[in-house]
Design a protein around this ligand. Structure first.
Ligand SMILES: [Zn+2]
Ligand SMILES: [Zn+2]
Length: 271
């Protein structure tokens, strides 16, 4: 049974710092049973996300699956942005993660994931300085994910709080904010089966706790979502960083199990 796994892993095909081989070697060294690659999907208006290399990426990971079959189980995934567009081929993957890193206002696309300064500018430019309006737009877009594809996992549910340490654009304790987040959870319930407890922003120094906030995790539990633990890895030295904290958080929110991907689909592992 697969126990140690990370399904949210980026490589040099997008914004990660390592080759797939380096990730695989690091995973073996750290005692992983399996690893899933989740390159960012193509978006024509954002250079940050890899352009036409999807075919190459798929072939590369599929080749590694065979090369390493004796030592590590490898899965091929994709982290798909809601605005990736119809040119994104979603076929041939073992799993898909649905994510919102970009929003759109008046035909302009903008990132909500670039930097605190950038997000501050976004709030001013597109939301008249109203941070809650930004949060609302984010959760509305997140709610629409099932329109864009059939996803297994919702990525970093409250990504919009990424810069909370240095730039809080809204009060996360306010009823309004919570209603937006819960509204998205309700909209996705029964349509995307799993969410991730994602430690990536701790590893990169943005947060001190994993995504999502406990109040969201509890709502997701109430609504029947299964939990997957990931490190949203962009650097293979941090492949399993804060997994313990993520497990602890799930247990504190009432979860008894987390899910891992196997050859027979997602299966529970006792926490
Ligand atoms: Zn992401
Ligand atoms: Zn990611």
């Amino acid at each position: 049974m697969i126990k140690k796994q990370n399904l949210h892993t980026h490589t040099i095909y997008c914004d990660g710092t390592n080759t797939p081989e380096q990730i695989v070697e690091a995973a073996i060294e750290k005692g992983f049973d399996s690893i899933g690659f989740s390159g960012h999907s193509y978006m024509y208006y954002d250079n940050y996300i890899f352009p036409d290399r999807t075919v190459e990426y798929k072939a590369h990971i599929n080749r590694l699956k065979k090369e390493y079959e004796e030592r590590l189980k490898i899965y091929l995934g994709l982290e798909v942005d809601s605005y990736s567009g119809p040119e994104t081929d979603l076929t041939g993957f073992d799993y898909l993660i649905g994510a919102v890193h970009e929003l759109k206002r008046a035909d302009q696309f903008f990132s909500i994931d670039e930097s605190a300064d950038n997000l501050r500018q976004v709030v001013e430019q597109y939301f008249d300085g109203d941070g809650l309006a930004l949060a609302r737009a984010y959760y509305e877009e997140l709610s629409r994910l099932p329109e864009y594809g059939t996803f297994d996992i919702v990525a970093h549910f409250d990504l919009i709080t990424k810069y909370r340490k240095v730039a809080a654009f809204f009060d996360e304790k306010s009823k309004q904010y919570r209603d937006y987040a819960i509204g998205a959870a309700e909209a996705l319930a029964g349509k995307i089966p799993y969410f991730e407890v994602n430690s990536g922003a701790i590893a990169r120094g943005y947060r001190t706790t994993p995504y999502p906030d406990p109040f969201i995790i509890k709502e997701l539990k109430r609504l029947g979502f299964g939990a997957v633990i990931t490190s949203d890895c962009h650097d293979c030295t941090k492949l399993d960083l804060y997994f313990d904290q993520a497990e602890e958080l799930l247990r504190a929110c009432g979860f008894k199990e987390r899910y891992v991907l196997t050859d027979k689909g997602f299966k529970p592992v006792v926490l």
